[in-house]
Design a protein around this ligand. Structure first.
Ligand code: G
Ligand code: G
Ligand code: MN
Ligand code: NA
Length: 254
């Protein structure tokens, strides 16, 4: 209850902000960033999303918060384009199951694009497997509508849910994101390596790009690269950064 009213107050007071974690290709060029929400609490300081997203889901405050994240990410990307920063860097935005289930979710995405004039192919929505298990027809319809808007679709935390392969094959997914729990095990055992390699093969066979998240060690990066993984994200490459630092470090790429 306390958390609830605190979150509600925080929405009113604009206490949320976005950090951005770079995503790299095999040549170590930054090709994307994932927007990650933070709560700058007036007393407790910076709070990571793991500590408040679950409460925001419970109280449904994730809906207005998710609306804000989507709009803020599109606005930020549009502003970078206007100012000449990171032109072809894709902005990835997390979408929670409750957000995606809203009847007017597609409308909201359309409005964020129209309002900010951001080119849709530079916005990637990160959906999770768990949100796909409900009404399969509705999910397929919504994903098709998103593709009609022109945005990219990534399947986050891939491998931790249980979507069937026949279902996966029907979905217009651009990118599979190998969950960090699998990436953590690629150097540990033959089995760990096999699982990651299988996901890379599966994604590629379905015509999808594959990104590994949670890349913490160079050995993991090298191994995944050798397996043909397309993109890489993780503390070993770069932590989530505040905008000023992100722009400052990569302004040379302009
Ligand atoms: O940074 P941290 O590891 O604490 O993040 C925890 C979780 O919060 C992750 O699963 C991440 O996907 C989620 N998360 C981060 N930013 C957002 C956001 O803007 N919207 C939603 N729905 N989840 C987010
Ligand atoms: O659920 P999602 O995949 O969106 O979660 C992304 C979260 O993972 C972010 O909150 C981010 O802070 C965290 N993260 C990013 N890179 C790494 C990493 O290398 N290791 C670990 N353990 N977490 C990471
Ligand atoms: Mn994510
Ligand atoms: Na993930």
């Amino acid at each position: 209850v306390e958390m609830d009213s605190d979150l509600r107050r925080a929405m009113m007071n604009h206490e949320f902000l976005l950090h951005f974690q770079p995503q790299w290709n095999a040549e170590r060029k930054m090709v994307g960033v994932e927007a990650l929400v933070r709560w700058l609490h007036p007393v407790k300081g910076m709070i990571p999303p793991g500590q408040f997203i679950p409460f925001a889901e419970e109280s449904r405050l994730i809906l207005p918060l998710g609306d804000w994240v989507l709009m803020a990410a599109c606005q930020t990307k549009a502003r970078w384009l206007k100012e000449g920063y990171l032109d072809d860097v894709v902005m990835a935005v997390n979408v929670s199951a409750m957000q995606f289930a809203q009847e007017d979710f597609i409308d909201k995405v359309g409005k964020a694009l129209a309002h900010t004039l951001v080119p849709p192919h530079l916005i990637q929505l990160e959906l999770t497997e768990s949100m796909l298990v409900h009404d399969q027809e509705d999910v397929i319809q919504k994903m098709r509508s998103l593709k009609e808007l022109g945005v990219l679709i990534s399947l986050d935390d891939f491998g931790t849910g249980y979507s069937s392969l026949s279902y996966l094959q029907q979905l217009p997914i651009d990118q599979l994101k190998i969950d960090k729990s699998f990436v953590a095990r690629v150097m540990d055992s033959k089995r760990g390596a096999s699982i990651a390699a299988s996901i890379i093969g599966l994604g590629h066979n379905l015509g999808m790009e594959v990104i590994a998240e949670g890349v913490e060690e160079d050995a993991q990066f090298q191994w995944l690269k050798q397996q043909g993984c397309d993109l890489f994200q993780g503390y070993g490459l770069s932590r989530p950064l505040e905008e000023k630092i992100l722009i400052g470090s990569f302004v040379k790429q302009v």
